[in-house]
Design a protein. Structure first.
Length: 186
């Protein structure tokens, strides 16, 4: 029975959204070929809950909407908030900055258009920019598949101290002629 208890604990740690007693029962039966009923699962869940009520544990087993999940105990919320603040302060990667610049100058723009300009997949960069609230989804394009349209957010404007996209530096002001390739035609 201890082996089953540890398997249930592992399932709960791996689950992001929590698991119901029925979910656990089905996973154990289908995946590990363990014969168990719902009442036995509930008894094991009670044992796990009791184990994590101990002051030496930082997690507790909670039930929300008939699903069980591990959560950090309330006494550790301050330090977890600090971790989140620390993560949020991290600088953007080069790819994130490039993606942000493309969105800022070409908005509204779809992810596919950003990827065509950059030549690489931009899923991660766009997700990070959304998490940092530097860009926002402003609707859907009228093209096939109705892809999402991205634009810069108010947080972007505040961070860079500009009132509108018109205040962004013009590309002609940024490009240095010494760095251009080919002949200059006037």
């Amino acid at each position: 029975m201890k082996d089953i208890l540890l398997n249930i604990e592992a399932l709960l740690f791996a689950s992001e959204d929590g698991l119901s007693a029925n979910d656990i029962k089905h996973i154990l039966q289908e995946g590990l070929m363990i014969t168990i009923n719902k009442d036995e699962v509930l008894k094991l869940l009670d044992q796990i809950k009791l184990k994590y009520e101990n002051e030496d544990q930082v997690f507790s087993l909670k039930t929300f909407n008939n699903k069980y999940l591990f959560l950090t105990k309330e006494s550790y919320h301050d330090v977890i908030n600090q971790l989140q603040a620390h993560r949020d302060k991290k600088k953007l990667s080069q790819s994130g900055l490039e993606t942000l610049a493309i969105i800022a100058y070409r908005q509204p723009i779809t992810k596919l258009e950003v990827e065509q300009i950059r030549g690489v997949n931009c899923d991660y960069s766009i997700q990070r920019l959304l998490e940092k609230d530097l860009i926002k989804i402003i609707g859907k394009a009228d093209s096939i598949g109705k892809p999402l349209l991205y634009a810069t957010s108010d947080t972007f404007m505040n961070h860079f101290g500009i009132n509108s996209v018109k205040d962004l530096p013009q590309l002609k002001d940024i490009i240095n002629e010494e760095n251009s390739i080919g002949e200059i035609i006037e």
